[in-house]
Unconditional design. Structure first.
Length: 463
DNA sequence: GATTATGATTGTTT
DNA sequence: AAACAATCATAATC
């Protein structure tokens, strides 16, 4: 230690003396400036010679070897490393030990949540592995320069923009089944790119490490410094990682929002489709539960999906029932009120009749659902002005299934027409209607005589 | 712009 | 698994 320090000190002194000798005493010789120039020239010449020497491989190797084998080398190495550490590297030290980037963590979390990153599903891993292998095969051994880094970033960006374009082309026409496929696509691209990224990062890191190890034979580069360098490289590459993850997240979000939009966007069916569906519903009113085949047929006729047909019938059934129920409840309440009034008013309880008439007493007459339906929309109320008024009073609040013909041009009025036209049979059954065995099951629950009817009403108290 | 109609989704029941 | 019921979100209507 002492020896070295002294040695270095001496070297320094010698160098200083030299310089002083050469430049510190300018007043010697005839033309000092000329002499100085020449001396500078000499020095430069020496430096150039040294540079040339170092380029000579055989010689350099020889020198390196000599240096390496020098008995003082390890000690010198450690001292120089120490000095370097204290001066240059201390600045970098302060920047280390950063907490993990919160944004990156967020991205990671989201990717895992969306199933893009994390535990692999399906064959994505093998594809990514293949891609990685392919990339490694084609990758030359050279170091990844700054330009390559940028190129890779641009490449990743481009890939994601093309992906985004693909989604934009599809517009709102994203089908339910497409979503999974597209997500899988994103996942695959992500994993492929992530593999490439890791590959590139590792290659570069390895290269740098090798380089530094090699140089550590001639330069004071401690293993610690190499580690630090690796850390720096990783940090630099993290920008690519971030970009990749961000792009992926973006793609997923866009895909998702598009999908949800498409899901949420409600487009009315065509008039014709609605007509066909209503026809079926009304002609199977006693049992409006189309079989799978019937649904397919309707779907084909209406140019909609089977599940849309199912939705339609589900909505239709429940809303039909609901509105019948509502109207009936109103009527019942009105009847109760008027009855109470009549009871109180001993003399003139005319209205009670009207309400009672409206009371859709279908079950009392033993009719099935179709019969009740007829009562709702039929003409038999016109026998009394009171009852008509009652009907008018009640029906507009029953939202839709009115005989008013102002709105719902295709709904009930059609049915009424159909029924009127087939005066003999209340229900226009097709010959192939095999659902008769279950006739009435749908409407029975609406029968006031049926306890289930009151359940229905109670379940929907708000009118 | 408030209201109603209607297709779709979600959670529960049967 | 199909149906039901409640609800959402948007289209259509007043």
């Amino acid at each position: 230690m002492d020896d070295q320090q002294r040695m270095m000190h001496n070297q320094g002194q010698m160098a200083n003396t030299n310089v002083l000798n050469q430049y510190g005493i300018p007043q010697q010789g005839d033309d000092p400036s000329d002499q100085r120039k020449q001396e500078i020239g000499d020095i430069l010449q020496q430096i150039m010679t040294i540079t040339d020497q170092s380029l000579d491989e055989a010689q350099a190797r020889c020198r390196k070897h000599t240096l390496n084998c020098h008995r003082m080398k390890p000690a010198l190495f450690s001292v120089l490393c120490e000095i370097k550490e204290k001066t240059v590297l201390s600045i970098r030290n302060s920047q280390e030990e950063e907490p993990p980037d919160p944004q990156l963590m967020r991205l990671d979390n989201m990717l895992i949540a969306e199933g893009v990153a994390g535990p692999e599903k399906g064959g994505g891993s093998s594809a990514a592995a293949n891609a990685t292998a392919a990339a490694s095969g084609g990758q030359p051994d050279s170091a990844i320069e700054h330009s390559d880094y940028r190129a890779k970033l641009a490449q990743i960006r481009q890939i994601y923009h093309t992906e985004l374009d693909k989604y934009e082309q599809d517009g709102s026409e994203i089908k339910n089944s497409d979503y999974e496929a597209k997500l899988a696509q994103i996942r695959q691209v992500y994993q492929t790119e992530y593999g490439k990224y890791e590959q590139a990062c590792n290659e570069f890191t390895t290269h740098v490490v090798n380089l530094l190890r090699e140089q550590s034979r001639t330069r004071p580069i401690a293993p610690k410094e190499i580690e630090r360098m690796v850390g720096i490289i990783r940090k630099k590459f993290a920008a690519i990682e971030m970009q990749l993850k961000q792009s992926t997240c973006e793609a997923v979000m866009i895909l998702r929002s598009r999908f949800l939009d498409a899901r949420r966007k409600r487009r009315n069916f065509t008039k014709l489709a609605t007509q066909v569906l209503n026809d079926y519903f009304n002609s199977h009113l006693s049992n409006p539960y189309p079989s799978e085949e019937a649904k397919e047929e309707l779907a084909r006729k209406c140019q909609i999906t089977v599940s849309q047909v199912s939705n339609w019938f589900g909505n239709k059934r429940i809303r039909y029932k609901k509105n019948i129920g509502k109207a009936q409840e109103e009527a019942n309440m009105y009847a109760a009120k008027t009855a109470a009034a009549a009871a109180a008013n001993v003399g003139g309880g005319h209205d009670g009749q009207g309400a009672a008439g409206y009371n859709l007493g279908s079950s009392q007459s033993g009719m099935g659902g179709g019969g009740m339906y007829m009562n709702l929309n039929g003409d038999n109320y016109q026998s009394s002005d009171n009852s008509v008024n009652t009907l008018r009073h009640v029906m507009p609040q029953s939202a839709g299934y009115s005989n008013d013909s102002m709105h719902n041009s295709y709904d009930q009025p059609q049915v009424s027409q159909a029924h009127r036209s087939h005066a003999g049979s209340p229900i226009d059954r097709k010959p192939d209607d095999s659902s008769d065995s279950l006739q009435g099951t749908f409407m029975q629950s609406l029968d006031p005589a049926d306890p289930g009817y009151y359940d229905q009403i109670e379940k929907n108290p708000k009118v």
